[in-house]
Design a binder for this molecule. Sequence first.
Ligand SMILES: C[S@@+](CC[C@H](N)C(=O)[O-])C[C@H]1O[C@@H](n2cnc3c(N)ncnc32)[C@H](O)[C@@H]1O
Ligand code: SF4
Length: 396
Amino acid sequence: MPDMSAARIANLYIHVPFCAQKCAYCAFYSEPSGGDLINRYVAALVRELEMVADDLKPKTIFFGGGTPSLLNFRQWEQILRAMERLNLLAAEEFTVECNPATVSSDKAKLLRDFGVNRISMGVQSLDEQLLERLGRIHTRGMVFKSFDILRHAGFDNLNLDLMFAIPGQTMAIWRATLNEAIAMQSEHLSSYEVIYEDDTPLFAQLQAGEIDVDEDLACAMYEELVERATTAGFQQYEVANFARDERTAIQSPDARPQNPIPNFACKHNVNYWRGGSFYGLGPSATSYVRGVRTKNWSNTQLYCEQLEKGKRAVESREELPPLSRAGETAAFGLRMVAGWPFEEFQRTTNFDLRREWPAEMSQLAGRGWGIISSDSFRLTPQGLRFADAAAELFLR
Ligand SMILES: C[S@@+](CC[C@H](N)C(=O)[O-])C[C@H]1O[C@@H](n2cnc3c(N)ncnc32)[C@H](O)[C@@H]1O
Ligand code: SF4
């Protein structure tokens, strides 16, 4: 049972494990949708919400997947009404991930009416051939159309997800996608380099020698991303995340504010990177609550069966020793451009970065990947490009 004497948890993730079809690169847990299983999942999710509601007072909610926008109007209504009944709806930031092929005005309006105020759209590319190669179900036309539908429904905080270093993507194609995406004037932009995840068709193609990986091109594409996005008035606040800092104006780089975390940064993800607690519900979702990490079964059938029996669907539970936990927190936080202010790290973890990791910080500074200042440690632009390798040094 949750410890009700402690402050309630302020961040909630909900995993929707269905996609119309699986994309060639994707290792997130999801399966092709099946009508009845979705209804069963919705009922099970409502049960899971009921089990943790007393320990939650969400400031951020994030429905991810999978493809949350695949749920139909009635299924969304059922979930949102349950959340309303359980007093879970007054979040400051409430995000739903959408696939451009599954956005409709009636669903967009329903979400907006229940307090969803941020949509993250999986665009990946605006090149028709690459979209096909990636196994995406949407066309470039659907991206522009969905964006308009969402704006029309009143969403003033939209994110676009892009990918670079996609096999077959030239610098010219990447520039064209970046230019068009930036011209859409979203409030937020995320862009990850393609990861060859085990057990994906893309990985199999790599293994079979059908794909040439060009690291230099990937680096140049990342530099292009940072340059184009910041010139257009976005502020980079994490390795792959860019946001605007003002609600209205698109700013010139000269007028760029000093706020280390811009207004339109994804507050939900900032909580992850800052080592905060969160509940994760739905199949395969991870929770991190007061130092204990649990993970739900990555099997929707099993997830439903457990909840139908009145049990949580937890597959594993892990309580890390405090120093290991602090090391993970250090590693996550270094992905942010602001790095770790020493005092904030100490407040979060009870450990002092300068005491526990002086050698690692010096090593990174010596390589030109890190900057040690009087009150913080952060990665340089070059260090951010290799943030995973840099962060690994802090794990205990
Ligand atoms: C879980 S997906 C959810 C978005 C939604 N399902 C969609 O694809 O439209 C979140 C984002 O992660 C990124 N992503 C997923 N797999 C990736 C991979 N193997 N390499 C790089 N980025 C990836 C994509 O940009 C994707 O939009
Ligand atoms: S990228 Fe998104 S739509 Fe594609 S399989 Fe993964 S979760 Fe589903």
